[in-house]
Design a protein around this ligand. Structure first.
Ligand code: F2R
Ligand code: MG
Ligand code: MG
Ligand code: MG
Length: 351
């Protein structure tokens, strides 16, 4: 038997991998119908089904770099992580990367990693990327910072995001995703209060998004974007079964920008803790992935972020074995989760 917290670490990284692999076929496609998705998950759950595994995309490719760098370096080392992103991209460039982040990799390589934060800061004429590429790879940071202070978690998540995503929305979305995984890990099993879960994140994001004395908002830039999104999540939770996918898209977003996907992933997790009309499964973890994919748009990334939160809460025991076996490199996710768990335990015993 796996120790309880180790099982949650595994659930988190396996959940992220599964959301990516199982959500990727639907990314950017017209929203799949309830019957298509029910038969998709039913078919994959058939123990006799033998098909090639579903490949992971950039989401997992980059998350693996984050995990391996933390494990090898026993902490966050910016240069090492940046080098891993670049090496990984040039080894396998066809994993479906965002169309602009690839320029960061090229500039990092061309400048020989002199200032690893500089290329990202120059994206979009100095505004930086607000894509969800920082958030999609963030789960290992939340695991590594399991016993850290909130400030340490926030700073590490932000620094990791800044390697590619220098826009406030890009890095604060990464921080929020980390806080959500962290909150899920801390929530005792069978004790999930959806409203409290979201309210706790709102309180933390109020601190994160509070403008510092040197923070000057760009013209037209709204303050507290994520706090407001999370307040909308609370509003949707109140409406429960009457919320349809159009409303989620309109209020929270389902696209590749961080501010239109991270709160959507959090909503998917809390919403799927209860039955949802048109979703067959009784398993809450699977329901989270299924619901995230059903929203359409950036299905791999939203399902991956939601899957990592759900896996951190429910643990690996809730992950259907028939489903996980279809994902590429499943064993690596489990190994990395165990290594991160050992690292966290070792840090706790020496502090
Ligand atoms: N790239 C995709 N999906 C499209 C193609 C996949 C298809 N299945 C295939 O294989 O061909 N998915 C992946 O990209 C997302 C993460 O992207 P990331 O890492 O954030 O990239 P980038 O390039 O930095 O940002 C993405 C786009 O966002 C817009 N954008 C960002 N900041 C902006 C700004 N300041 N101003 C204007 N636009 C901005 C741009 O359109 C960027 O290209 C994940 O979904 C992952 O799965
Ligand atoms: Mg992807
Ligand atoms: Mg990317
Ligand atoms: Mg995506």
């Amino acid at each position: 038997a796996v120790e309880a917290m180790a099982g949650r670490f595994r659930g988190c990284l396996v959940g992220a991998l599964m959301g990516d692999c199982l959500g990727a076929p639907f990314e950017g496609e017209p929203r799949a119908s309830p019957s298509v998705l029910n038969s998709y998950f039913r078919r994959l759950n058939d123990p006799d089904l033998k098909v090639p595994y579903k490949q992971y995309t950039d989401d997992t490719a980059m998350m693996r770099c984050v995990a391996l760098s933390l494990i090898e370096e026993k902490g966050y080392v910016a240069q090492d992580m940046a080098k891993r992103f670049v090496k990984e991209f040039y080894a396998e460039p066809r994993r479906g990367y965002g169309s602009n982040v690839v320029d960061v990799f090229a500039a990092l390589r061309a400048t020989k990693f002199r200032d690893v934060y500089a290329p990202a800061a120059m994206q979009f004429n100095g505004r930086g990327s607000y894509g969800n590429g920082g958030a999609m790879r963030a789960a290992p940071i939340a695991l590594f910072c399991h016993n850290s202070t909130m400030q340490e978690l926030v700073d590490t998540a932000k620094d990791m995001a800044l390697l590619t995503h220098a826009n406030r929305l890009g890095y604060n979305g990464t921080v929020l995703q980390c806080l959500a995984v962290h909150e899920a890990l801390q929530t005792p099993k069978n004790d999930l209060n959806c409203v409290k879960f979201v309210e706790n994140l709102i309180e933390k994001m109020k601190q994160v998004e509070k403008p510092g004395k040197d923070d000057i908002l760009d013209e037209g830039e709204e303050p507290f974007v994520y706090v407001k999104k999370l307040e909308r999540v609370l509003g949707l939770l109140e409406c429960k079964d009457s919320v349809d996918t159009d409303q989620v898209e309109e209020e929270l977003g389902v696209d590749i920008s961080a501010h239109k996907s991270v709160a959507t992933a959090i909503y998917s997790f809390v919403r799927a803790s209860c039955p949802i009309p048109n979703i067959e499964t009784e398993n809450e973890f699977q329901r989270t992935l299924h619901y995230a994919v059903s929203l359409g748009g950036d299905t791999d990334t939203i399902a991956s972020m939601a899957g990592s939160i759900a896996g951190a809460y429910y643990g690996i025991e809730k992950v259907p074995k028939n489903l996980e076996r279809h994902c590429e490199a499943l064993a690596d996710a489990i190994e990395q989760a165990d290594q991160l768990h050992n690292l966290v335990k070792a840090r706790a015993s020496t502090s």
